[in-house]
Each structure stands twice: as C-alpha cells, then as structure tokens.
Design a binder for this molecule. Structure first.
Ligand SMILES: Nc1ncnc2c1ncn2[C@@H]1O[C@H](COP(=O)(O)OP(=O)(O)O)[C@@H](O)[C@H]1O
Ligand SMILES: [Mg+2]
Length: 401
C-alpha cells in the first residue's frame, strides 16, 4: 500500500468515468456507464434514482465486491488518492475493515444471529486494530449509547432477534462506526423500516456524520430522504449519472429533465397538492440491454428532439457558475426551467361499488402447546358475497403494477 500521506483538502472518494458490467450466459449487462463523482472529507453525497439504475452497483464497486460475474470495465475509483481498482486483496481487506464501511438495507443480513450484540461489536476493533477485549467492550458500550439505544448494557447482552428492526439497524450503524471509518456507504438503509423508525435513523445518520466527520455515500430511491440528509447529490438514470451538484442548487436550479421529472413526481414538505400537483413520469425505465440511442431518458422526456437527442451518446457538461454542478443534457441551456407545470387531467374518483368482502365479529384463537390453556378453540366468520351479487368479483380486473 502507498505510504503517501493523504491531503485532507483532496477528495476522499473520486470516481472517474467508471463503467461496470455483469456477464451472464446470455449477454454482457452494462449496469453502470461513464459514472463520475467526487466526495470530499466530511461531505455526504446522495445517490438517487429509480430501482435498477445502478446505485448498488456503484457502491459494491467501491467495496470491490461485485461478485463473480461483475467487472469494472473502465474508469477508476480512488480512495484517499489510492486507486481501489488496482489494489491487492490484502490492501483491500484492510481498507474495508477499517476505512470504508457499508450498511445494507436489511439489518439482519449484517448481524450474526448466534452472537450477542456486544461480542459482535467488540470483535471489530479487536480484529482490525488489535484492541484489548475490555477496551473494545467499553468502546462498544459508548457507540451503542451514541446510536441512541436505551440501556446499552442490556443491549450488549442481547441477541439480534431480541431487538426490533429499527434497533437492529442502529446496531449495524454502530458496528460500522466501531472502526471510525473515513467513508460510510449506506445502501437504502431505511427502506426495510417503517416511516417513523426511518425518521429516527435519518436523524441519527445526520448527527453521526457531523459528530465523527465521516464522509457518506447515501443511496436511496427516495429523493426526499437525500435532500434531508446530504450536502450533494448525484441523480442516476439507467446506469448513468445525469445530474450532480450541491443539493440546494440542484433543488432550486435543476438542469436535467429527469431530475425535474423526479422532483415533480414526489410530494415535497409544505407544498400544496392543488398548487403543485404531482406528475408521474411517463413510460418505462429501459433495461440495460435495451437502452435507446443517444440520451437514455429521451423516450420519456418532454423536451426530446428527434435527430438531436438520439443522435449520439451525451456527455456530462458543466453548468457554469455553480459549484461542481453538471448535467447530461444537450438542451439544458434552451429549456425554460421556470415554465409552469403542465398538470395532467385531474382524475375522477371511481364510484364505490357494492360490498366485496364483509367481516363480522371476526375472532381467531391459537391453541397453546402443552394444553396449558386447555387446548384452544377457533371461531372464524368470514362471509364472502356470492359473485352474482357483485359483477366486479365475477370479472376481476387484471392485476396492475
Ligand atoms: N449480479 C448481477 N448479475 C446480472 N445483472 C445484475 C447483477 N447485479 C445487478 N445487475 C443489474 O444491474 C443493473 C443495476 O442494478 P443495481 O445496481 O442493483 O440497481 P439499483 O441499486 O439502482 O436498484 C440492473 O439492471 C440489475 O438487473
Ligand atoms: Mg440497490
């Protein structure tokens, strides 16, 4: 590993023109193309885009954990100035354990169900830094308190299944922080949690970022979350970064039609739904091997111009006057970004039909093994109506996504 000291005024993570493919028996799947982004020390970068656009692939490439069939086919990933794409396995192991940590969507995937929480947490600095057991347990206790879990001593003695989903995710965050990483990658860390628990975790992540000065790559399909947590954002569409910049600037002065469409399709805090009706993005997301020529967003774009937008690949271009703001759109200088939203036709609510399912005094009892409660009884009353009483039930509509 290079012994060159890293200059903290330089980017902590610098991804340049990264292209990643998965190789299947049928074909090469170009999952990420020409992706660039820069994260400075203490900065949080949000990666946002529809499911399948390549967010996790970027994260896994930084961890150099693309699996058997994934390969970096172009570009570079530099962490503290060192190129991760050409690093030995041993150097990578060292960096993964102590300098870069990753948090996944499903907390139980990162926890060992057979080990007490305290032992799992203490193991991290004991293995990576050779810390003595008593010190490692003391650090674990402090970090469990930092992630705002009540009664840290009881939590350290608990098994993962004894905690709720939100508590488990706090433990996973604690585990990632045990080695005080310089870069924390969070891949949809709250998607598996309910909304109130999500809000708590988001607050926690923001505070911990400030407290520890950790840089973050925060991945989410939820633009609202990214706006709340991050300093900068990178919007991805179909394997490419399409717009990147400071969160506030991109929010106030977006310069890519996909970013605009994303903002218009989500409810924003404080916005009046009548003054600012939500507009769905028309059409579908292309599969990696079915991308159109030219701009990937072209077929769904309100500003598409035949012969121009679909003529050749579109490069990122710098939006002048803004701090590292870039857009992958040929027409961003021509579009009237302040034009009012063309709202779709308001939809009439369908009239409510006859009753389809009716439940009355529903009760369900479970019998307890050993007969301690005298076996058990079961009484279920569910009255489906005959289909003749309800034409819709006889001809149910086909399922829709
Ligand atoms: N192991 C794999 N083998 C083949 N294709 C994959 C593999 N992992 C991801 N992909 C494909 O790469 C693209 C990007 O996936 P992913 O990075 O998981 O998207 P996101 O995280 O934005 O939902 C998708 O088209 C996905 O199907
Ligand atoms: Mg993903």
């Amino acid at each position: 590993m290079s012994d060159q000291p890293w200059d903290p005024s330089k980017p902590i993570l610098e991804i340049e023109n990264l292209s990643i493919s998965f190789f299947t028996r049928l074909r090469e799947i170009p999952a990420v193309m020409d992706f660039s982004c820069t994260v400075m020390a203490g900065e949080s970068m949000g990666l946002v885009g529809e499911s399948g656009c390549g967010k996790s692939t970027v994260a896994l490439a930084v961890m150099r954990d693309l699996g058997k069939n994934g390969r970096i086919v172009g570009g570079s990933i530099r962490f503290k100035g060192r190129d991760l794409t050409h690093m030995s396995d041993e150097d990578l192991r060292h960096i993964r354990g102590s300098e870069i940590a990753m948090i996944y969507q499903e907390p139980m995937a990162s926890l060992n169900p057979a080990m007490k929480i305290g032992a799992q947490l203490a193991e991290v600095p004991m293995i990576h830094q050779g810390m003595a057991k008593a010190d490692a347990w003391a650090l674990a206790r402090q970090i469990v308190a930092d992630v705002r879990l009540p009664d840290p001593d009881r939590i350290l003695q608990a098994y993962p299944h004894q905690l709720s989903g939100g508590q488990q995710q706090r433990i996973v965050i604690a585990m990632a922080l045990m080695s005080k990483p310089a870069l924390l990658i969070l891949d949809e860390p709250t998607t598996a949690l309910d909304v109130t628990v999500e809000a708590g975790i988001v607050d926690l992540v923001k505070d911990l970022g400030h407290k520890y000065g950790t840089s973050m790559l925060f991945i989410s399909h939820n633009l609202g979350l990214i706006l709340d947590v991050c300093d900068r954002l990178c919007v991805m569409y179909s394997g490419e970064a399409v717009e990147t910049g400071n969160v506030r600037e991109v929010f106030d002065k977006m310069r890519h039609p996909y970013t605009q469409a994303l903002f218009r399709s989500i409810p924003l805090p404080g916005a009046d739904k009548n003054a600012r009706p939500l507009v769905a993005i028309p059409g579908n997301f292309p599969l990696p091997h079915e991308r159109p020529n030219g701009c990937n967003f072209g077929p769904r774009c309100d500003y598409f111009q035949d012969g121009r937008c679909n003529a050749a690949d579109v490069d990122m271009s710098t939006v002048p006057g803004n701090d590292r703001h870039q857009s992958r759109c040929l027409k961003w200088q021509e579009i009237d970004w302040n034009a009012p939203i063309r709202a779709g036709k308001p939809k009439e609510k369908a009239p409510i039909g006859r009753v389809v399912l009716k439940m009355e005094d529903l009760k369900k009892y479970y019998s307890v093994s050993g007969g301690s409660f005298g076996g058990g009884t079961k009484k279920v009353v569910v009255k489906p109506l005959p289909s003749s009483a309800n034409p819709a039930a006889a001809n149910p509509p086909s399922p829709r996504c």
